[in-house]
Design a protein around this ligand. Structure first.
Ligand SMILES: Nc1ncnc2c1ncn2[C@@H]1O[C@H](COP(=O)(O)OP(=O)(O)OP(=O)(O)O)[C@@H](O)[C@H]1O
Ligand SMILES: O=C(O)C1=C[C@@H](O)[C@@H](O)[C@H](O)C1
Ligand SMILES: [Mg+2]
Length: 172
């Protein structure tokens, strides 16, 4: 089986869905953000604060390529911005990869992120009104890259189990 890559905007459910899927199909899940944090022994927030976003994007590319080149079968959950930098979108169609965009509407993302923004440096200091505007613009810019995924699964108004089932059907 190919490596399964889940991508999409912050809060679309990559970590939640990947964890559930991993348990069901018995393939290990690696979260790229967590992988980077372990490799450099800093949280994402600390990397942004200490070294800035450009440095983070370089790390993100390096470790994404490292994971793709590893021989293990696994599910890789990307960071929300991973496909949008360093030509990472081209890697979504490489040999040995099944890439799936978890597509969420602005409202779904806003509702999930508004109460849970502190670990996400790009939105941590925004008010609710600013966040909605930010998500709308950002999602518009990023959709171009997300659409390079081989498959798209809509997550709006679905339970975790329903989304996982949609993915299992794609993989069948
Ligand atoms: N049906 C659902 N599917 C997935 N996640 C859901 C669902 N309903 C609520 N959530 C919640 O949405 C929030 C965001 O999910 P999660 O952290 O998995 O997103 P993410 O895409 O990994 O975000 P990030 O890119 O910031 O790591 C979590 O609190 C999760 O519990
Ligand atoms: O959307 C983004 O650009 C980000 C999403 C997170 O997963 C982290 O990778 C980081 O906070 C940047
Ligand atoms: Mg996550």
């Amino acid at each position: 089986m190919k490596k399964i890559i889940l991508l999409g905007y912050m809060g679309c459910g990559k970590s939640t869905i990947a964890n559930k899927l991993s348990g069901m199909i018995q393939i290990p899940y690696i979260d790229l953000d967590e992988y980077i944090e372990k490799k450099v022994n800093l949280t994402i927030k600390e990397i942004f604060e200490t070294h800035g976003e450009i440095y983070f994007r370089k790390l993100e590319h390096t470790f994404f390529v490292e994971l793709l080149n590893s021989p293990e079968k696994n599910i890789i959950g990307l960071g929300g911005g991973t496909p949008c930098y360093a030509n990472n979108h081209e890697l979504l169609n490489g040999d040995g990869v099944t890439s799936i965009y978890l597509k969420a509407s602005i409202d779904t993302l806003f509702n999930r992120l508004v109460a849970n923004k502190s670990k996400r440096p790009l939105i941590a200091d925004k008010s609710a009104a600013e966040m909605k505007e930010f998500i709308a613009k950002h999602l518009f810019d990023r959709s171009f890259y997300y659409n390079y995924a081989q498959h798209k699964v809509s997550v709006d108004d679905k339970t975790i189990e329903e989304t996982v089932n949609d993915i299992l059907n794609l993989l069948a």
